[in-house]
Design a protein around this ligand. Structure first.
Ligand SMILES: Nc1ncnc2c1ncn2[C@@H]1O[C@H](COP(=O)(O)OP(=O)(O)OP(=O)(O)O)[C@@H](O)[C@H]1O
Ligand SMILES: [Mg+2]
Length: 322
């Protein structure tokens, strides 16, 4: 039986800019199931990071949450007091940020940073926190962990820094891990190792994961469920196996098509022509219509709703009545 652990309901968010308020998320809704990996996939600028930051209210100062709810343990995180949120951030819901280079402090050793995370939330002795730090580094596959605690981030490779970021996120045994592009900066072999590591730790700890990536091939390796984000809206959500074997939205079909042509190294690279609308662009109809090979008159007039069938949902008029 699936059990929801986090529910995002009609999340609307914009940014105050010099040219007025610019909407970025247009009513995003989804449910994260306990012990599952949900991949949020989308092109650059689709709102993946902004959505993740809003889950923990870590948004830039010019961000405005204009509506919606984020329900965790029966409470709306968006209206929760900052003092209560502090007990949830890191402890219950942890995040691996998109840019690991800027997340580690260059002037502190890896050990100091890990122990600081442990101390901030738990009353444990120096010796106990160092012991736990060694355990955590070992768990993420860093050999000779005891010694490596004394190293500074610059003495670690990109892949090792990413492992440290995972260790820090796991330090307090969170219920939910949000991983924002955790493998993008890494080469393919290391990427595969980190994906396996996250998947194994997720299974061992019974964690739920929101895994953010622009790469469908990466999502295919880790996800139980996939949400395809486009210009701040969910275009399609489905169990991973179904989404990859039978994508319903023309946008998902296009993304998978370009993936297949990269794999087969065909001369004709099938890419989706055109660009997504920019935040603030006025679009009456479906935000994908201008690039969609299957668009018809109706698609340019009003944005389609999400059509739900058999555990999946698709924002496309072609699914109407199916
Ligand atoms: N502080 C800000 N002020 C104004 N606009 C912003 C701000 N932060 C983000 N945006 C805009 O919000 C939109 C979504 O950004 P976001 O960083 O969530 O995209 P993303 O899907 O994570 O992209 P990427 O794959 O490049 O990481 C973008 O158009 C971005 O320019
Ligand atoms: Mg991002």
């Amino acid at each position: 039986m699936s059990e929801p652990i986090l529910q995002v309901q009609d999340l609307r968010l914009g940014f105050a800019t010099d040219s007025g308020s610019v909407p970025v998320l247009h009513g995003l809704s989804y449910t994260l199931e306990k012990g599952k990996v949900l991949a949020v996939v989308g092109e650059s600028g689709s709102g993946k990071t902004v959505h993740a930051l809003s889950l923990l209210k870590l948004l830039p100062p010019n961000a405005r949450i204009e509506g919606g709810k984020i329900i965790y343990q029966g409470k709306n995180l968006l209206t929760m007091k900052e003092s209560s949120l502090r007990h949830i951030r890191g402890k219950k819901i942890a995040m691996i940020f998109q840019d690991p280079g800027s997340s580690l402090n260059p002037v502190l050793t890896i050990g100091e940073q890990l122990c600081e995370t442990l101390h901030a939330h738990q009353k444990i002795s120096k010796t106990a926190s160092r012991k736990r730090a060694v355990e955590l580094l070992t768990q993420v596959g860093i050999t000779d962990a005891e010694k490596r605690l004394n190293d500074y981030p610059f003495q670690f490779s990109g892949g090792m820094c990413q492992r440290v970021m995972i260790a820090m996120a796991l330090a307090l045994s969170p219920d939910i891990l949000i991983a924002d592009e955790p493998t993008t900066a890494l080469d393919v072999t290391i990427q595969a190792q980190i994906l396996t590591l996250i998947k194994n730790l997720q299974k061992q700890n019974g964690m739920s994961v929101i895994f953010i990536t622009h790469n469908l091939a990466v999502a295919a390796q880790i996800a139980d469920e996939v949400l395809v984000l486009y210009a701040g809206q969910c275009m399609e959500q489905a169990p991973a196996a179904q989404l990859f074997s039978r994508p319903l939205h023309p946008y998902t079909q296009g993304l998978l098509g370009s993936l297949a042509s990269v794999r087969q190294k065909t001369d004709k690279l099938s890419v989706i022509a055109g660009n997504p609308p920019r935040p603030g662009d006025k679009t009456e109809g479906c935000p994908f219509a201008a690039r969609c090979p299957k668009a018809f008159e109706k698609c340019y007039k009003a944005c389609p709703p999400l059509y739900e069938q058999a555990g999946r949902s698709t924002r496309c008029y072609l699914q109407e009545g199916k």
